[in-house]
Design a protein around this ligand. Sequence first.
Ligand code: V0D
Length: 261
Amino acid sequence: MLEKLGWKKSDNKNVSLENRMADVRKESVPNHIAIIMDGNGRWAKKRALPRAAGHREGMKNIRTITRCANKIGVGALTLYAFSTENWKRPALEVDLLMRLPEEFLNSFLPELMELNIKVQMIGEMDGLPDHTQRAVQNAINQTAVNTGMVLNFALNYGGRRELLLSVKEIAHQVQNGTLNLDDITEETISSRMMTATLPDPDLLIRTSGELRLSNFLLWQLAYSEFWFTDVHWPEFKEDDLLQAIESYQSRNRRYGGLKGE
Ligand code: V0D
């Protein structure tokens, strides 16, 4: 039937996806989406592939989701790629993971420039190998002029560690007299977090079935909507993102003007 109309089944899928992307209610698109990209190893295992293949497929999927988020008008996308806990993995796997930022940026940076996307990072740069630091810093510098969507990588990031560093900085400022104890507010804390330039996430997505926060953005996710899916990160595609956004929008509508808390 579709074929008679000159369509292929694959066209039909793409056309409906395009329509759904165009139909996203623009006034309530989550401004900041955070994603825990879980399930790359499990995706590989399911296919009897090495874990490395899962990581590479997961890396490729960042392009897909970045393009889609950018197209529907998301303001910031934060991706949890490597936590402070991931250092406990086998050294060879860590080595391989630390090559991925370079690999990703070598092939995607020109398109990020075309799309006017600004790369940022949260987490501790110091702890990363020099080659990884150089690649990420280069992308941050080159895209610093861009004014569109922020693509924020959480690399060597831990939420408790971020809070600890923020508390220490505030304590230091109180100690040396540049900050009064009575002037410390929630905004003081927010402004000392690594996400100081970004609004709090409106929507958190975690793939691959785990229902935990795993030390991600503990302070910033206080009021966010959560979306969990069993889909492994390499298979989390545009229609999955749209489903999460549609759910977010229907939940947000129910506040009926009492948006926020
Ligand atoms: C592995 C799924 C891109 C998660 C995605 C070192 C597991 C693929 C980056 C990346 C990783 C990081 C910074 C940046 C540009 C790209 C990345 C890691 C792991 C941790 F500026 N994918 N990716 N970083 N994986």
